[in-house]
Design a protein around this ligand. Structure first.
Ligand code: SF4
Length: 85
């Protein structure tokens, strides 16, 4: 964890997948990314379920972050598509 924090790269943070992608669970709940989905951290906005999908509200939400996000933002960054910075 210390290594990840020390390697934090702001440039990587600008391209993490939660900035342009959402994850949807089998039960219709929305998550900022698949990591948050596995941690059951649903999106923090008006509706967190596909039944209340509202692109404008989703676009204005604050992404739910925690320590695991250092895994996406250390060094060259990380995503499903590889490095991001
Ligand atoms: S783990 Fe954090 S930084 Fe990475 S995509 Fe998910 S919310 Fe974004």
């Amino acid at each position: 964890m210390e290594k990840l924090v020390q390697a934090y790269n702001p440039a990587a943070a600008t391209n993490v997948m939660c900035r342009n992608t959402i994850s949807i669970g089998w039960d219709g709940y929305l998550y900022d990314c698949d990591f948050n989905q596995m941690l059951d951290l649903k999106v923090a906005c008006g509706s967190n379920h596909i039944s209340g999908f509202d692109i404008h509200t989703l676009n204005q939400r604050t992404v739910v972050v925690n320590q695991h996000c250092y895994g996406c933002t250390a060094g060259s960054g990380s995503s499903c598509g590889g490095s991001v910075a």
